[in-house]
Design a protein around this ligand. Sequence first.
Ligand code: SAM
Length: 225
Amino acid sequence: KLSKRLETVASFVPTGAVVADIGSDHAYLPCYLVHKGIAARAVAGEVVKGPYDSAVRQVRTEGLTEKITVRLADGLAAVEEADGITAITIAGMGGPLIVSILEKHPQALKNVTRLILQPNIHAKAIREWALEHGWALQDEVILQEDGKVYEVLVLQRGSMDLNEAQTLLGPKLMNTKSAVFVEKWSREVANWQRVQQAISNAEQTEENKAKFDELTHLIALVQGA
Ligand code: SAM
């Protein structure tokens, strides 16, 4: 059975999509998508030999070799023009790593209409990338599983306007203020306050002051929940 995290990612894949799952590890997500009849075909990309081998094995075990191609490649180098990929999933990595994968082979995104990205940390990096590269947030979800908090960001082509707080917190997540959201940011605020208190006034740098202002702003936002 797929984790709640990957099931959430899967729920945003349009029916009939041709999917590339980058950093696929066991290829659980593409196998699920094809089995459920959500994806027509899929490519599973892995840069590390061990996970690549597990992906190959999993696809074979599930009898999906006709519909899922596993490739050993760095990021979007796994995508070939002839694949006709329409949706890309990248899950289980930090936001900055996901961004670096998207930036390294931009031509692979040519015919892609939807990106479903699941950063473990620092989703902000993805919202910043989207703002700069003509992608708009279609949806976003925050969820908790096994004591960890995950965000899922769904992007389509288009433009959007995000202020600083929205870029950090997520425009939709910030409006919805779910219990998981409030808990995550209350914890972040508490951590930052501890750091702030540990720094004496003489040591205050511009950067720290800016961080503190951001923090003050966040406290107001989160406490308004
Ligand atoms: N996507 C799966 C999930 O969400 O359960 C696996 C997540 S696993 C923590 C991250 C995987 O990404 C690892 O198997 C790693 O080898 C792979 N990875 C990291 N950087 C990559 C890159 N540049 N290109 C392809 N795969 C990469």
